[in-house]
Design a protein around this ligand. Structure first.
Ligand code: 5GP
Ligand code: ZN
Length: 106
């Protein structure tokens, strides 16, 4: 049994404030926003960290970046940050890859 919180969001077993979904990824609002706009873009596939990314994931990561860019436009963000924390020491808390989209100033 996979008890990954983001896999549960993908499976709609727990709710999220969803902004975008396609075959490869989804995007929703962070539950504890650290900026006026704070979205998380995640792969639907469970990948623990960027350390596990393989050549087969190149298209997926490209899609996540494009979705982030499109959402920044949708939210009318001129300045923003894209961040992927990798490993406990870097502050990663949820071990399912996620791209933070944070509006600036944060
Ligand atoms: P990390 O520190 O791993 O890079 O970021 C994890 C992020 O996930 C945090 O910003 C945290 O607020 C967010 N988060 C954790 N659990 C949930 C949840 O159940 N729903 C949503 N929407 N965000 C979550
Ligand atoms: Zn997961």
């Amino acid at each position: 049994m996979n008890d990954c919180i983001f896999c549960k969001i993908v499976a709609k077993q727990i709710p999220s404030k969803l902004e975008y979904e396609d075959d490869l990824c989804m995007a929703f609002h962070d539950i504890n926003p650290r900026a006026k706009t704070h979205l998380l873009i995640i792969p639907k596939k469970h990948i623990e960290t960027m350390k596990e990314i393989g050549v087969e994931d190149e298209a997926l990561l490209g899609r996540m970046m494009k979705v982030a860019s499109d959402l920044a436009k949708k939210f009318d963000l001129n300045d923003y940050r894209l961040l992927i924390s990798t490993g406990k020491g870097a502050g990663q808390e949820v071990f399912h890859v996620h791209l933070h989209l944070l509006s600036a100033p944060v």
